[in-house]
Design a protein around this ligand. Structure first.
Ligand code: UTP
Length: 289
């Protein structure tokens, strides 16, 4: 099978309960980091990795995401009229071409595996990426770009991984490691959210995947796992003998923006990463420390 990755799925149908009340009417993925919503960072990352088709799996109360990736003629006109060309570029330049972006709805939030399965007709029969926008990764080149290159070598299913403190394994999918070569880790299995005593390692999956289309056949079974959800990790674990699974130790820093502290840290880190803001942000941090 051709190992080129042209399509990316963005599951954005979760309820975002850890961020209530902010996420009552606003999708979690529209929370801003400095001045761009989380989902825009994910789309930009995918584009830099060579992705040509962007498939969103949305749910109720997510229309802000569709509007964000559409042209806004009134706004553009008024920025043009006032000569604010810098802001005009800021709202226009990253909007995908017509037809590059598509939306499907996950009618019930039955889990990440189910969300990916909802995109099956748009994915078709080729490898595809999955990006979870609330896992924000500051990396150059971007995490997905690093993975796309590694995928040419290994194929199968590839997941971004990093070590987490032992006491936190219960929050992640954890790899059972067979062997390691450079940044690639061959997995013999994986377990969703194991308690620390039962975790086979501390190597956890973060929200970037490149998946073989056979995962969709596995997801067709609609089997429920941890938290009674249809888990993507379970589907990868069940198909591991037919479709090898590798972890990829990416270079970069991940911020878990699905929780409050991770989100605050990401805002600081991204502001400090910007030349136009760095000095002022350092002053603010000093003021409060
Ligand atoms: P999370 O586990 O972070 O769940 O989902 P959540 O609902 O977004 O947030 P909390 O835990 O209630 O605060 C990881 C990713 O998978 C998507 C979410 O939108 C998020 O990007 N997801 C999760 C779906 O699209 N559908 C689901 O059924 C579950």
């Amino acid at each position: 099978m051709n190992q080129t990755v042209r399509k990316a799925v963005f599951p954005v149908a979760g309820l975002g309960t850890r961020f209530l009340p902010a996420t009552k009417a606003l999708p979690k993925e529209m929370l801003p980091i400095v001045d761009r919503p989380l989902i825009q960072y994910a789309v930009d990352e995918a584009r830099e990795a060579g992705i040509e088709e962007f498939i969103f799996v949305t749910g109720r109360a997510k229309t802000a995401i569709e509007d964000h990736f559409d042209r806004s003629y009134e706004l553009e006109r008024s920025l043009e009229d006032s000569g604010n060309f810098q802001s005009l570029d800021g709202v226009r330049e990253w909007v995908p071409e017509p037809g590059q972006i598509s939306y499907t709805r996950q009618q019930q939030p039955l889990g990440l595996g189910h969300a990916v399965w909802c995109a099956r007709y748009s994915i078709g029969d080729e490898p595809f990426a999955v990006l979870l926008a609330d896992d924000l990764i500051l990396a150059r080149p971007t995490c997905l770009k690093q993975m796309v290159e590694a995928y040419r070598e290994v194929g199968g299913n590839l997941v971004a991984v990093e070590d987490v403190p032992k006491e936190e394994t219960g929050k992640y999918g954890i790899l059972d490691v067979l062997d390691e070569k450079g940044k690639l880790v061959r997995a013999g299995g994986l377990i969703e959210k194991p308690e620390p005593a039962k975790a086979p390692s501390t190597l956890s999956i973060v929200g970037r995947y490149i998946l073989h289309p056979s995962i969709l056949t596995e997801l067709n079974k609609q089997e429920r796992g941890t938290d009674d959800e249809i888990q993507l990790t379970d589907a990868m674990a069940r198909s591991i003998s037919a479709t090898p699974l590798h972890g990829f130790r990416f270079e970069g820093t991940r911020y878990d923006c699905g929780n409050r502290l991770g989100y605050i840290e990401a805002n600081l880190a991204y502001a400090l990463d910007r030349e136009d803001m760095k000095e002022d942000v350092v002053k603010i941090i000093k003021k409060y420390s």
